[in-house]
Design a protein around this ligand. Structure first.
Ligand code: OAD
Length: 259
């Protein structure tokens, strides 16, 4: 089925009307937003990226302390894929939405920095950013050149300020989300008139709570996803398709309404 066939023109029009008429919009994205930039989603990756590893071994502080070399090297591998990735037409469409409408907050679960790379401003990163490092014991941010990004397994470098091992500045399983990001995302979800949900299975909390908060405060919820998700049931409109294919079409319709 072609993507165009999957989306009814009246659904696209209802979504564009809601966005064009909104005073405040939240765009909430998950791993599906980056798939067309070549970064596997977590659900995909359960066959690929994660298949040979147990997430508890890699994306937890315990895993890092038990095997810092393995965890550091896996994230270095992921970082290289992120640095080589480019934002796609869907990311650029989100950036244009920010320029077309009075207030658009981009909230993402993704750690790849691709929304910022596409020119989106003031992106709220709920799960941190793989391009940033901090030290394990004191949280000192490391802003220097990331040492030795190649395929060889290596030990994490020491923090220049305190000597404890550097780690990616991302949220690991069992860790709290960054407080400032949460406050900003939850506040904007409560106040928005429309929430555009893109590329998330809705299986990871508390990020999955955002559309529920928006909906319960009267926002119009639009979902863009090639498949239904845990959140499709609360969407006012479900646009079945990919971020790269559908978002430019949706923003074209919004542009036609706001001029
Ligand atoms: P998932 O991998 O759980 O879900 C990806 C979603 O993207 C699925 O609903 C797919 O149908 C959809 N999708 C696939 N290709 C797409 C495309 N081209 N365009 C749009 N959507 C597409 O990713 P998330 O829901 O983001 O958390 O959950 C990922 C989180 O789980 C990560 O942030 C991580 C992990 O636990 C932490 O690290 C804290």
């Amino acid at each position: 089925m072609s993507e165009k066939a999957a989306v009814r023109p009246e659904d696209l029009a209802r979504a564009a009307d809601a966005l064009a008429g909104a005073r405040r919009v939240v765009v909430s994205t998950g791993a599906g937003m980056s798939k067309e930039s070549g970064i596997p989603t977590f659900r995909d990756a359960l066959e690929g990226l994660w298949a040979e590893f147990d997430p508890q071994e890699l994306a937890t502080e315990q895993g890092f302390r038990a095997n810092p070399r393995r965890v550091w090297s896996w994230y270095a591998w992921r970082r290289r894929r992120v640095v080589e990735a480019a934002p796609h037409a869907g990311h650029l469409a989100v950036t244009e939405l920010q320029r077309l409408l009075p207030s658009v907050t981009v909230v993402t679960q993704n750690v790849d920095g691709l929304h910022a790379a596409a020119g989106s401003e003031d992106v709220v990163e709920l799960h941190g950013n793989i391009r940033r490092l901090r030290c394990l014991d004191a949280g000192h941010l490391f802003t220097g050149e990331i040492p030795g990004e190649d395929d060889t397994e290596r030990d994490p470098p020491p923090c220049p300020a305190c000597g404890s091992p550097l780690r990616p500045d991302v949220v690991w399983f069992g860790e709290m989300l960054p407080r400032v990001a949460v406050e900003r995302a939850w506040d904007d979800a409560r106040r928005c008139d429309a929430l555009l949900l893109v590329g998330t299975s809705g299986t990871v909390w508390p990020a999955a709570d955002l559309p529920h908060i928006a909906r319960s405060n009267g926002a119009f919820v639009i979902e863009v996803n090639p498949e239904t998700s845990e959140l499709t049931g609360i969407a006012n409109v479900f646009l079945q398709g990919t971020a790269g294919g559908l978002l430019p079409r949706l923003v074209h319709e919004v542009r036609a309404r706001v001029g």
